[in-house]
Design a protein around this ligand. Structure first.
Ligand code: DCP
Length: 708
């Protein structure tokens, strides 16, 4: 069920970028001779020429549609070029497309906060960049607007006055007395046009975009004018857009909730929802969903751009349509093994590359029972704690299937005519391993997931990524990025299988994270003590790696960073783009410069240069931390400040509830020798609070009373 989030500001500028006929473009880049020709990518399946999963716009002009099979497409467009999706181990291999999607995201993420929403879709938060542009070089001062921006579609703009559409757009973009919200959208349009051109230049892919004040409107808009175009939704056009929009076209209303609105409330368009009060909607759908519906009818949505470049889950699936439906347990097990191999490969590489662990394994199946009256009954989705290692995943997935089958076909049921028409496994609840943990993990003999996985990987074959073959039934995009593993109706089963292990794993995780914090904290303490002694805050400047390590841990433990002076590049490296608000003095300077900003210029200068968001900055954004550099502190202030942070660090570690008894003593040996002694001293009072070592450089900072 959707959850209502209050809109933080109606002046946000959000874009949704959607690649055009994405798989086709990827194939056309591989084979440039296909460019401009009616082309389609077909799935790996010889039946009737295979199902079409991506269709070029040239082919669409002939009436070719995604729902068709290759043979049918040839009938409507004999010259169509059919390219088979890459295949590995008897299944489609989507790796090329995933990587191509990553190329695009990495270009966009250089400049703005991005949320990768699917294999070929990205949300951008352009608010700061648009505000900066408006302050420094508003569109009204432009003498020339680039062609790509002029090709924008602005909803509600009357272009029937005999003037050409581009001139109309130019007027709208440069209107001096426009509403500030529209001015920001105008800036957003200039920025998005340039970003799209940058993507084209670097990847050869075209994309379309929607620019609006929130994600929902931006997504609706990006699909309105394709390919290679962008659509803007001014605030005043929101009502017009939603009034006639079929309810099922609205994000999150395509399923049961949308159907219920249609059948129970007689709603057919989003505009129809306006007649219901918030109370009425809450009464019918609960407080949260009711409010969400009330908001959505008015185009209000506070959902934020998440700052996530990696998928939320991984999925691997395959469908078995018609006569290819699976009829035996052995054939189901065979395919589950295949799917798990692929999934295992992907989560392992996610762990290696991104230091992320998936926690939940989910099995979905679609099935029917021949001759049964309740043949429409859904095969229940099942999930359990995810155990790394192909064999374990295969075993668990099979057990999940059997648990589902028992419900689908109750024991004792005479009906043995079940048929499986689709199978998929997914790995979800993916969490980042705090940076630096791996150095500690080696002390957990035999418990290091990386180590055990590396060992495992030696045993495993190299595997290919996954795909659901029948895309008409299983949308790969949805499956990959928003896997139904997150569905609330998925049940957790097999307590006997994993619960014990899960519990142990959680404890291990807790201890590992605590230890991580502990070690980082002490490195930090060491720096503070050392620098304090020298009375020289500048010695706090760490090396880059150390800096990241330290900051990540401090954020994890909820403390602020107390570093002293950092150089500019370091500041930029750790700041998320939204913190680049223009200061008032900058604005004044900018105003002075504004008059010189005539003509077309690179939009990209409106973004302060920043590195692509690292996992570090993503953690920071997720936690909403405000990691700001503080001024250089005076020696006394520095000591006070250090004491405060030490105290905070101590509190945060205390809050971690690590188990001292479980700490391998060798962990302590990993610390710099200078602080080992103090580290031990620090631990002792925790065990025996009456003994407090005073006088040491660290103990001094542990005042008996908490900082107020
Ligand atoms: N895809 C798939 N199966 C589906 C839907 C999509 O395999 N049922 C794949 C092929 C698409 C890619 O995902 O190229 C992106 O899907 P989109 O829905 O964004 O469609 P396209 O990018 O192909 O076309 P459009 O330009 O209409 O967005």
């Amino acid at each position: 069920m959707p959850v209502a989030k209050p809109e933080s500001s109606d002046a946000r500028v959000i874009a949704h970028v959607d690649m055009d006929c994405f798989y086709v473009q990827v194939e056309q880049r591989k084979q440039p001779n296909l460019r401009g020709l009616p082309t389609a990518v077909v799935q790996y399946n010889e039946w009737k020429g295979g199902g079409l999963i991506a269709v070029s716009y040239e082919a669409r002009n002939y009436g070719v549609k995604r729902s068709m099979r290759g043979e049918e497409a040839k009938q409507v467009c004999p010259q169509i070029q059919l390219v088979q999706v890459p295949v590995a181990r008897g299944k489609a291999d989507l790796n090329t497309y995933r990587n191509a999607g990553s190329e695009v995201v990495s270009i966009l993420a250089r400049k703005v906060r991005c949320e990768r929403a699917s294999i070929d879709e990205v949300y951008l938060d352009l608010t700061d960049a648009a505000e900066k542009m408006l302050a420094e070089a508003p569109p009204e001062n432009l003498q020339l607007v680039d062609e790509e921006t002029l090709k924008s579609h602005v909803l509600g703009l009357n272009d029937e006055k005999g003037i050409d559409a581009k001139e109309n757009v130019r007027e709208w973009l440069c209107k001096k007395d426009a509403d500030r919200r529209d001015k920001l959208l105008a800036c957003g349009s200039l920025i998005v046009a340039e970003l799209r051109m940058q993507v084209l230049k670097e990847t050869e892919f075209t994309c379309s975009a929607g620019i609006a004040h929130n994600k929902i409107l931006a997504k609706l808009a990006s699909a309105m004018n394709k390919p290679a175009q962008q659509t803007v939704v001014p605030f005043s056009s929101v009502k017009g857009l939603l009034d006639s929009l079929p309810i099922k076209k609205m994000k999150q209303l395509g399923g049961k909730l949308g159907s219920s609105l249609q059948s129970d409330l007689g709603v057919s368009t989003v505009g129809d929802l306006l007649q219901f009060s918030e109370e009425k909607l809450q009464e019918r759908y609960g407080s949260n969903t009711g409010t969400w519906l009330w908001n959505i009818a008015r185009g209000i949505s506070g959902e934020e751009v998440q700052g996530r470049l990696l998928p939320k889950s991984h999925g691997s699936g395959k469908t078995f349509p018609g006569p290819r439906a699976l009829k035996t347990i052995a054939s189901v097990q065979h395919w589950l093994n295949e799917l798990c191999e692929e999934l295992s490969e992907r989560i392992r590489s996610d762990l290696d590359q991104n230091k992320r662990i998936a926690r939940t394994l989910t099995l979905h199946a679609s099935a029917y029972k021949s001759g049964d009256t309740d043949s429409q009954k859904n095969f229940p989705s099942k999930s359990c704690h995810l155990r790394y290692g192909t064999a374990k995943m295969q075993e668990d997935a099979f057990n999940l299937f059997q648990a589902g089958l028992r419900e689908f076909k109750p024991q004792g049921s005479q009906n043995s005519g079940w048929r499986i028409t689709g199978l998929s496994v997914s790995a979800s609840k993916i969490v980042e391993i705090p940076s630096g943990t791996s150095s500690i993990m080696k002390y957990f003999h035999g418990q290091n997931p990386s180590a055990s996985l590396s060992k495992q990987s030696q045993d495993d074959d190299i595997q290919e990524p996954s795909v659901s073959e029948s895309c008409s039934e299983m949308n790969l995009t949805e499956q990959e990025m928003k896997f139904p593993g997150e569905d609330s109706n998925t049940k957790c089963v097999m307590p006997c299988l994993d619960q014990q292990e899960h519990k142990q794993d959680l404890q291990k995780d807790q201890v590992m994270i605590s230890l991580h914090n502990l070690v980082i904290f002490n490195l930090h303490v060491f720096q503070i003590s050392f620098c304090s002694a020298l009375q020289n805050p500048s010695c706090l400047l760490p090396s880059k790696g150390q800096d990241d390590f330290q900051e990540a841990s401090l954020r994890n433990s909820g403390t602020e960073c107390c570093s002293g002076i950092r150089n500019q590049s370091q500041q930029q490296r750790v700041f998320p783009p939204q913190q680049f608000a223009v200061s008032s003095s900058n604005r004044t300077d900018a105003k002075r410069k504004t008059s010189k900003d005539k003509g077309t210029h690179s939009i990209l200068r409106f973004f302060k240069k920043t590195d692509p968001p690292s996992s570090l900055s993503l953690i920071k954004e997720e936690h909403g931390d405000n990691l700001q550099d503080v001024e250089a502190l005076s020696p006394t202030a520095s000591a006070r400040e250090n004491a405060r942070h030490v105290e905070e660090g101590r509190e945060s570690i205390a809050a971690c509830s690590y188990k001292v008894d479980e700490i391998d003593p060798s962990v302590i040996e990993e610390l710099p020798p200078e602080i080992q002694e103090e580290f031990r001293a620090w631990l002792r009072p925790r065990k025996r609070p009456d003994i407090v070592r005073r006088g040491s450089s660290i103990a001094n900072y542990f005042a008996p009373t908490k900082r107020t």
